[in-house]
Design a protein around this ligand. Sequence first.
Ligand code: GLA
Length: 389
Amino acid sequence: MRGKKINEVFKNAESFIHFSAPGRINIIGEHTDYNNGYILPATINHYINLAIRKNNTNSLRAYSQEFPGMHIYEYPLKKICPEDGWVKYLKAVLFTLQKEVNFTDFPGLDVYVTGDIPVGAGLSSSAALEVVFLFALNELFNLQLEPIKMAFLAQEAENDFVGVKCGIMDQFISIMGKENHAIFLDIRTMNYRYIPLYLNDYVFVLIDTSVSHSLANSEYNIRRQECEEGLKILQNCLGLDFKSISEVKLKNINRFKEKFPSNIYKRVLYVAEENLRVQEMINALRKESFNQVGQLLYNSHNGLKYLYEVSCPELDLIVDYLKASEGVVGARMMGGGFGGCVLALLEKNNVNKIFSLIKDKYSVVFHKSPRLFPVTITSGIAKETNYKT
Ligand code: GLA
């Protein structure tokens, strides 16, 4: 359902300022961010666009073209409730920012949102909405916040007010993404490096299972707790100097295998192996060694399926079919899991052929259609100066 355009909703729409923030893929390094490990995400050509202005009232008025209906809240804003729908992300950002900059309340605001990042597909539409709103507020109130600081504030909004204990990946990449590059980020130090993506005759595509990752939030928080439990065990064995699982070598994890409950051992093992895969992926991409790139994608999928246990039958089936198809370099489930998308590296010329075979097989088993999104690697958040109302 699509609702009204900005100038059909708000008068004098030319007085808004506009920002847009992209969604992301993550080439490899899944569930490693909140374990202080390595990630390799990139921004894609799907965006959340947000327009904002002060409205000289005592209210926040928010409208989304994709979820039509005006939301009006008088200040002081009350805490997040189910009726807020998508506006919960705006409220979460406002609450976080109020604490950060000591505002009692913001002046009244008109906010208009539209976008094409599919919701629930694991492409970070919520992180994009949080960062785009923060950047817009930063500009409107001249808050002079640094970009990385805003990534952390957006994460805090999601952790403390939305209630998902996500890591920093999605907010960071939506801000820092660069055209035709992925970012290698070491979360422990926050050092990062842009990795050029020369893919020759290949292209990354997303295949959306059309399964909304509804389990993801609760299971996601459980995985975090399990990793914290794993860390405590490792600290007992190795000392308190270790602040995250990612600092512990694989051989030490295996040395103390019998100290872990079996599910915790699997989680910890997965994280250590996935961190190694991120480093190997960077080398494989640099050498344009696509066989190795593909193998790393499949290995990551297996880890997520058997050790971290965040996959689902729909994701597994797509990966299995792809593995058996010609013209496929590699594939894996992407993001938090339990639905969302498979990321696949395919021969450019064969994308449609491969997808149509997958689509038919998938529809027979699951009685619904997957969706194909070819992706272009774009830049992070930007102010839009030529926006047409
Ligand atoms: C979600 C979270 C990220 C990250 C991924 C899994 O997208 O928001 O912080 O943990 O899942 O890699």
